[in-house]
Design a protein around this ligand. Sequence first.
Ligand SMILES: [Zn+2]
Length: 147
Amino acid sequence: MISKILDAWNLVEIQDPHLLDFSKQAYNWCVTWFGIPVDELWEYEILIASMSGCSRQKLFKYYTIYIDKRNKSIEQKMAIIAHEVYHRVTIPKNSLRRIVWVDEMVAFLVSDRILMMSGLEQYAEYRKQKILERCNNNNARGAQGTA
Ligand SMILES: [Zn+2]
């Protein structure tokens, strides 16, 4: 039954033991940094989907972490897992999540730190450079529009 639901929604559950181990390590680091969530017993699953995110399934008491299927490399998947595991740990902590852009900024910084601690310094640096390029391009476009 579950597999039919997953098929219908084009969802694929992550089975890669390396990614699953990585998610557990990321979870442990997030718990160390942000504290044990009140719903610590709730499991989480990781699915490949049409967009990335983390959702809390209150009725069934578990979390689902989604990885956008456009992210093909192991490094991209690890970055998303680290980001979304941060949300998994902090979603029940309202004080950390009052302002969305602050929450997302912290999620990025946490995922960056986790990538660095996992030996992916080069990928973390590449990711930061890509974001800076995007910001610079947006600023250049904005400056052209106001000139
Ligand atoms: Zn996020």
